[in-house]
Write a protein that binds this ligand. Structure first.
Ligand code: NI
Length: 172
């Protein structure tokens, strides 16, 4: 297992629609193991493969907090098959947009279908933080970022800030 570098805004790969996984092989299983290690190290509650530079439809999630027993979930080719009409607002962040947090309104509950690392299909009902993380990560594999759910003014401001920072680093 290895910690992989996480790409940050304005990396263009974050806007790519990730490819479905056709075959779950050892390469995918290694990717998943590395993603868990990278996610826990960050630390974060979710990570999409594209964030470590691999545009495949793979996400890792652990929405438990603090002293709770860890509950890692790897989702391959996840698909949100139902969303509640009720929404909830909660502060969100992203490992690819470090140190920026904002309130995001999303459906409160979702049903998600996915394959595990053994190729077995699962469907789970998620609410609370898990529902939020699932939606955030499925957004990632569709090239969507949480700032896309904010006003254009806010989004432009964040993109500009990160673009400037990237230029500054490139110039050093
Ligand atoms: Ni994110």
């Amino acid at each position: 297992m290895a910690i992989r570098p996480i790409i940050v805004l304005p990396d263009k790969l974050l806007r790519v629609v990730s490819e479905p996984v056709a075959r779950i092989d050892d390469g995918i299983r290694t990717l998943v193991a590395d993603m868990f290690e990278t996610m826990y190290d960050a630390p974060g509650v979710g990570l999409a493969a594209v964030q470590v530079g691999v545009p495949k439809r793979v996400v890792t999630i652990d929405a438990t907090r603090g002293e709770e027993e860890k509950k890692p979930i790897a989702m391959i080719n996840p698909e949100i098959v139902w969303k509640s009409e009720e929404t909830a607002a909660q502060e969100e962040g992203c490992l690819s947009i470090p140190e920026y947090l904002d309130q995001v309104i999303r459906p409160d509950r979702v049903k998600v279908r996915f394959l595990d690392v053994d190729g077995k299909e699962h469907e789970i009902d998620a609410d609370g933080l898990l529902a939020r993380v699932v939606q955030h990560e499925v957004d990632h594999i569709n090239g969507v970022l949480f700032i896309d759910h904010l006003s254009k003014l806010k989004r432009d401001r964040v993109v500009k800030k990160f673009t400037k920072a990237a230029k500054r680093i490139a110039a050093e």
